[in-house]
Design a protein around this ligand. Sequence first.
Ligand SMILES: [Fe+2]
Ligand SMILES: [Fe+2]
Length: 326
Amino acid sequence: MTIAPVQRSTSLGSSAWTDARLILALEEVVEKELNRHLKVAKEWMPHEFVPWSRGRDFDGVLGGEAWQSADSKVTPLGRVSLVVNLLTEDNLPSYHHEIATMFGREGAWGAWVHRWTAEEGRHGIAIRDYLLTTRAVDPVELERARMAHMSEGFESDNAHSMLQSVAYVAFQELATRISHRNTGHFAGCELADQLLAKIANDENLHMIFYRNLLKAALEIAPDQAMRAIADVVTDFRMPGHGIPGFERAAAQIALGGVYNLRIHHDDVLQPVLRHLKVMDVQGLGPEGARAQQELGVFLEGLDAQAAKFEERQAALLARRAARKQA
Ligand SMILES: [Fe+2]
Ligand SMILES: [Fe+2]
């Protein structure tokens, strides 16, 4: 199901960095960033965000009450979004496999891979406990979706390139942060908002780790790193794309303002690119300069697409509001 990292032939000449050399060259940066991460990451307890006293037995083995939609006040958008976020977190075993295969399980890289996995592990635990205790979603549907999604596994689009893998996770961790944060805002439940803010904070620290690593890569191998960034940005898709019914859920999530093209451009791509000053990198070779130019053209196009999306979104929401008043 998963492809081991392979070296792609490259047009960057014989001086090009191989993945193995890059991993070695970045080990010191990984160690420094891991230590910084461990200093700033504050311990938090997922169980404190679950209202256990509101929990009730379900039907089945314990003969409790079957789930019904009226059990919870969480908004429809909040429910859809919480489920997508949870199923995305659920696929952690596959993500762990992908990054452990790419970065290794030894030394500083290995220490990071395991620490990151431990932190990610609490996200799925906390969201599931919250959803089941508050009866926010159908537990049978949720379990079937989890089984279907995890049975598919997750195969990284970037398993052939170490630099693409680093670039992808830098953007993806921020995308996940924004998605959790906005889900909390629209969930209609203060506790869900607080829990998702905690999770979003973890994702933010993950983003900073990978972004700083990408910065170091841009200094060591600017042309290859620029190519990797351009390829990742132009081909980006969320890790949950394989979730059953993802397209429909993604459309609701976009319309509701949890995650859409405007947010992707303004709150995910641009902050990372600006922080790394990607568009201002000077002195690139022909391949790096071409990648930088491609990136610029793509971002302009994306911005225009986002503007069109916003027009459609406003029109649709206005029609809905008018229908409600009629
Ligand atoms: Fe997470
Ligand atoms: Fe994360």
